[in-house]
Design a protein around this ligand. Structure first.
Ligand SMILES: [Fe+2]
Length: 229
């Protein structure tokens, strides 16, 4: 088994100004959308799993882990993530429907080649999609809203497509869960999905829709991250 070595191409500092502009454009688009149906059930808590990239490792790669996972600055040029790009518009609210200001939200998922970017993933660096950031973080505004650009999650051996999400806020502490693609046929075979009660599935199901042609995205979704009140 080849071991992971420090990847000289692994400068994962994507935080281009362009990236930030795109993320902000996503927020703007979100404001124009109709109000979310109020989901009152909090996200089902889950473990980090084996691929939450440790902060120490992220820092070594560069400390600029922004909300645009689809662009990575590499050797003076921008690499673009493979896969179908997804505008992930989120609003953090509690089970009473109150928006949470200043919630820290992290997401991580495998790349379009079904590989996580994590120090314990033992593959040659060339096999990873160098254009995919793998992990991103953002903070909600006063209206609870924030936005990421990422890829539509893909399955990897043993799992249906999902995006890991971790939230932190003084009001509830820390909560880790996963988001799934509503209607994906792999869900019914997924061990984790199968363990969830029906009522716990809806808050985790992303209802993807085709993105506007001029958005630069393939998919778009607006989703509430509901946390305990
Ligand atoms: Fe995972």
């Amino acid at each position: 088994m080849p071991t992971v070595r420090p990847d000289p191409s692994a400068d994962r500092r994507p935080a281009s100004r362009r990236g930030r502009r795109l993320a902000l454009a996503g927020v703007g688009a979100m404001l124009a959308l109709p109000a979310l149906a109020q989901t009152r059930r909090a996200l089902a808590p889950m473990t980090d799993g084996p691929f939450y990239p440790p902060r120490r490792w992220r820092t070594r790669q560069g400390d600029d882990w922004d909300a645009d996972l689809t662009r990575v600055q590499l050797a003076g040029r921008t690499r673009i993530a493979e896969g179908e790009h997804l505008g992930l518009e989120l609003v953090v609210q509690d089970t009473r429907g109150r928006a949470l200001d200043g919630a820290e939200v992290e997401i991580w998922q495998c790349d379009a080649r079904a590989l996580y970017h994590h120090p314990n993933v033992e593959v040659e660096a060339e096999r990873l999609d160098a254009g995919f950031q793998g992990f991103g973080a953002a903070r909600s505004g006063g209206d609870g809203q924030l936005a990421f650009r990422t890829i539509r999650p893909v399955p990897y051996p043993g799992r249906t497509p999902h995006i890991h999400v971790k939230l932190r806020h003084a009001s509830f502490g820390e909560l880790t869960s996963q988001l799934f693609v509503a209607g994906h046929p792999g869900n019914a075979r997924d061990f984790l999905w199968r363990q969830l009660a029906d009522a716990d599935r809806a808050p985790l199901e992303m209802q993807l829709r085709a993105a506007a042609a001029d958005s630069g995205l393939r998919w778009q979704v607006r989703h509430a991250l509901v946390v305990p009140a």
